[in-house]
Design a protein around this ligand. Structure first.
Ligand code: MN
Length: 161
């Protein structure tokens, strides 16, 4: 399974549009957004990609965000979700509290833990758990990145926007 991963878009619509182009070309089975969209108006540009998201710490307008997700056939799943891909168990958490992120990674309960929040890419193997952070798609004047994970090879690829 190919998984697109994006996080911390923080209202940057031009970069969201670039990311959507990358996702449409690589055609992932699912695109996970790890939160910090900020404003609900930034969700419609994701139309056409199989988006599943969680909340970040800067997503105050939860109800309207969920509504925008549902209008494009996407799903905003709350603070945390688990999924399975090619026999691997994945956890998705924004990363608001670093000790929680670390506990998820160190628990050994997951093959992959995906988080965002720090705006820095992470590709780290901790025992049997792969920790991935796609970085920030906003960039904040520095590197704007997203990631693609093939859950057969388990090698994430980072794409600069
Ligand atoms: Mn955050």
């Amino acid at each position: 399974m190919l998984i697109g991963i994006i996080s911390d878009t923080h209202d940057h619509v031009p970069h969201i549009k670039k990311a959507v182009e990358v996702f449409k070309k690589s055609n992932p089975d699912i695109v996970i957004h790890c939160g910090d969209y900020c404003s609900p108006f930034t969700i419609p540009p994701f139309e056409g990609v199989p988006l599943q998201g969680i909340f970040g710490n800067n997503d105050g307008d939860g109800y309207l965000l969920m509504e925008k997700f549902s209008t494009i056939g996407a799903e905003l799943k709350g603070e945390f979700f688990e999924m399975e891909a090619d026999g691997n168990k994945l956890a998705v958490y924004h990363g608001t509290y670093q000790p929680i992120t670390d506990a998820l990674i160190e628990s050994g309960s997951y093959d992959v833990v995906i988080s965002g929040h720090t705006h820095e890419t992470v590709n780290k193997q901790v025992e049997n758990t792969l920790a991935i952070n796609p970085g920030t798609a906003h960039g904040f004047g520095e590197r704007a990145t997203i990631a693609l994970l093939d859950t057969e090879s388990m090698r994430p690829e980072f794409v600069e926007l």
